[in-house]
Design a protein around this ligand. Structure first.
Ligand code: AMP
Ligand code: ZN
Length: 468
């Protein structure tokens, strides 16, 4: 079965064929560690996590590299706006190093709570300054750079097809990126590789370089570290859609400039999560974190479930109402699964054929550009299927949860307690429906019991139940 993904570079769905058979090099842009990751950022990391797990499910061996931006990311992409790290340090009266360490740890703590698997390699920008300097030197040798007013710039006019990823004209790119006029640039879209003369002259993180003491431009770290850890040929590069027009466009120019050949085979981008009240922005303080959801009584996995209900390429509007719906859906799902798991008969015979047929159906959806919503329908079909015994169901649930990673095989105490309550309430409702001759509702409830694998025993004394 082929694995298909939507490639931003070609704007089409393509069969995924890695550079080296069976092996995948995957690079995802990591967090800028000056504040907590917001739930929008985490939506993108959940999408990337699902992608990696789907590839592994499809038997690819994935090497996943992610950077930590702990230096140089300004609020805009030139020498403009604010230095994000310095902003964090000022806000919290800490050093930039303390800020970086604190928010990196907080980020991985959030990832752990969301069952996001740690990348194979996590690399910090500040630990790769010499690699970045080496990268600029290569660009310099190849004639892509110029020095102006103390800073080293990448000259985009030297790189044909600069706008190929964004699918825009240079004018459109320029208009979209709202770049402040910088008289030191030859083209407004040129970007800084190394700052020695920034308006942030009080930058604490500075290093010696052939161009003077300074710090790297943000885009450079991803090109440098990805080539260092994955090599000259990268299968998949991911990030949020905001990165297409500037950050990733600049990465392509730098990397292909140095390498002299095509670099990334598939570009994959996650759409934004927006609040119903508008765009989330850390600088305006209008953002939610995993902790803020927890404070409202939601678990991180409620949020993971919420994200998995929508396509990664569609914008997702967040509201507490919709999170609430997701939490209820997730809870019901776990309750139904708990019933299956608590009623497994170890002597049940497992039919390899039935298992395979469901796995194939599931695979066909996940390998269709991560159609996770449809993959969930396969899980629900399994739960409903009266031709499957509980042992077969549990095998399939465990298998599908390799991608969902929603702890579906863990029965929380609370879940089993609530199961009984739910069942007893349904029995009361069914009896009431029968008494009032509401046969349609009574039948519906009967079907729900069949789906849950619950057998009802009606007698003179009333109705009891047992798990099948
Ligand atoms: P940053 O820490 O700002 O570099 O962002 C980390 C990741 O989150 C990047 O892949 C961004 O493209 C992505 N991102 C930023 N804002 C959002 C959002 N509202 N929804 C989804 N992804 C986002
Ligand atoms: Zn990046």
């Amino acid at each position: 079965m082929s694995f298909n993904v939507y490639n931003t570079m070609t704007r089409s769905k393509e069969e995924f064929i890695p550079y080296v058979e069976g092996k995948v090099g995957m690079y995802t842009c990591g967090p800028t560690v000056y504040n907590y990751a917001h739930i929008g950022n985490l939506r993108t990391y959940i999408f990337e996590d699902v992608l990696k797990k789907a590839l592994e499910y499809s038997k690819f061996k994935v090497k996943h590299v992610m950077n930590i931006t702990d230096v140089g990311h300004l609020q805009s992409d030139g020498d403009e706006g604010q230095d994000k790290m310095a902003l964090g340090a000022k806000r919290e009266h800490k050093t930039v190093w303390e800020i970086a360490k604190f928010y990196e740890d907080a980020f991985f703590e959030d990832c752990k709570k969301l069952n996001i698997k740690r990348p194979t390699i996590v690399c910090r920008a500040t630990e790769h300054i010499q690699d970045m300097i080496g990268f600029i030197k290569k660009l310099e040798e190849k004639g892509y750079t110029y020095v102006s007013n103390g800073n080293v710039y990448f000259e985009i006019d030297k790189f044909p097809d600069y706008a190929k990823l964004a699918h825009l004209s240079l004018d459109e790119l320029e208009a979209g990126s709202r770049i402040e006029v910088d008289i030191n640039k030859r083209n407004p879209l040129d970007f800084v590789l190394w700052f020695t003369n920034s308006k942030f002259s009080n930058q604490i993180m500075q290093w010696e370089s052939p161009w003077g003491k300074g710090f790297p431009g943000w885009h450079l770290e991803c090109s440098t570290m990805s080539v260092k850890y994955i090599g000259e040929y990268l299968d998949i590069h991911c990030g949020g859609i905001d990165h297409i027009a500037i950050h990733h466009t600049n990465e392509v120019a730098q990397s292909e400039g140095v390498l002299g050949h095509k670099w990334v085979k598939y570009w994959m981008h996650g759409e934004f999560l927006v609040l119903d009240s508008g765009k989330m922005s850390k600088s305006s303080g209008n953002f939610l974190t995993i902790s803020s959801l927890e404070e409202e009584g939601y678990s991180p996995l409620d949020y993971r479930y919420f994200c998995l209900q929508s396509k990664y390429r569609k914008q997702l509007v967040f509201s507490f109402e919709s999170l609430n719906d997701a939490r209820n859906g997730y809870k019901k799902l776990k309750e139904r699964i708990a019933i299956v798991l608590s009623a497994i008969n170890e002597n049940d015979i497992v039919s390899g054929e039935k298992i395979l047929s469901y796995k194939e159906k599931f695979s066909s959806f996940i390998s269709d550009d991560l159609n996770i919503a449809n993959a969930f329908t396969v899980l629900f079909d399994v739960l409903k299927d009266t031709n499957l015994n509980n042992k077969e169901k549990s095998i399939l649930i465990e298998d599908f949860d390799k991608i969902f990673t929603l702890n579906l095989m863990i029965i929380e105490k609370e879940t089993t307690d609530i199961d009984e309550e739910l069942i007893n309430n349904l029995i009361i409702e069914r009896n009431a429906a029968r008494a009032s001759k509401n046969w349609a509702r009574a039948d519906e409830i009967r079907d729900e019991f069949i789906a849950m694998n619950i057998e009802l025993l009606d007698s003179k004394e009333g109705t009891t139940w047992k798990a099948k």
